[in-house]
Write a protein that binds this ligand. Structure first.
Ligand code: 6GU
Length: 230
């Protein structure tokens, strides 16, 4: 079973995402175990302090190395980790291919930054991979950790049923997903494409592929001209 440990100053922020819906089902099925760790529980002083002013001055607070080191080393004493991932806007942009790769790992630590960041020595000595979820700045790494965990968990074999299969997702072949429709076949004269009602599975597959290609050309030509999102 895969295990994901998430280190954060705001565990309650993550709960709402990862203990519901598909990630919850994955945990109930015994396919993944998610443990949240409140960094404050690893503080070294009696005020449970986990951040401090930056050396050299400047705005904002920096997460201290000691609580993070204590938390990571306690986890490492219990099992070995494939990756220690720091969520940060200056990390490598997260792609479906990264989710695919991570879904094959056994034990992961996700470390959420906050405030102005974390002491650089954490990144040098503990972190094995740095991930950003896009070119915008979030208040903390919690939402990013939930995004990465969700994208990874749904790719673990057995998590999704045939109906929710990841094989038809956008980005799975570097293509966007085709349009989908459900009943009624005619709403106010707005009709579902005939081919989808034809029962001709080969024609339906061809139509879906053409629509995927067209949609990708129109909206995300960058996906067709490069392999960097694979
Ligand atoms: Cl991983 N963290 C924060 N704080 N902001 C982000 C991000 C991560 N990815 C994009 N923006």
């Amino acid at each position: 079973m895969m295990r994901i440990d998430i280190i954060t100053v705001l565990p309650e922020l993550i709960e709402g995402f990862l203990f519901h819906s598909i990630p919850k089902r994955a945990q109930d099925k015994g396919l993944v175990e998610i443990q949240l760790h409140n960094l404050r529980d690893y503080a070294t002083n009696k005020y449970r302090q986990v951040d401090d002013y930056p050396f050299g001055g400047g705005a904002g607070m920096v997460l201290m190395i000691e609580p993070i080191a204590r938390c990571i080393e306690k986890l490492q004493s219990e099992r070995s980790y494939d990756e220690i991932i720091y969520l940060t806007p200056d990390g490598k942009p997260f792609k479906q291919a990264d989710a695919n790769e991570l879904s094959g790992k056994q034990n992961l630590i996700l470390l959420c930054g906050h405030y102005k960041g974390i002491d650089e020595r954490v990144r040098e000595h503990f972190v094995t991979r740095e991930i950003s979820i896009g070119d915008y700045v979030l208040s903390g790494g919690e939402l990013a950790a939930a995004v990465v965990a969700d994208a990874v968990i749904r790719l673990i074999p057995g998590v999704l049923s045939d109906e929710t299969s990841a094989l038809t997702d956008s980005f799975q072949d570097n293509l966007l997903a085709p349009p989908v429709y459900t009943r009624p076949a005619d709403f106010r004269g707005w009709k579902v494409p005939d081919v989808l009602l034809s029962g001709n599975h080969k024609a339906i597959e061809e139509w879906r592929y053409e629509m995927s290609l067209k949609r990708t050309q129109e909206r995300r030509p960058d996906l067709l001209s490069s392999n960097d999102s694979k």
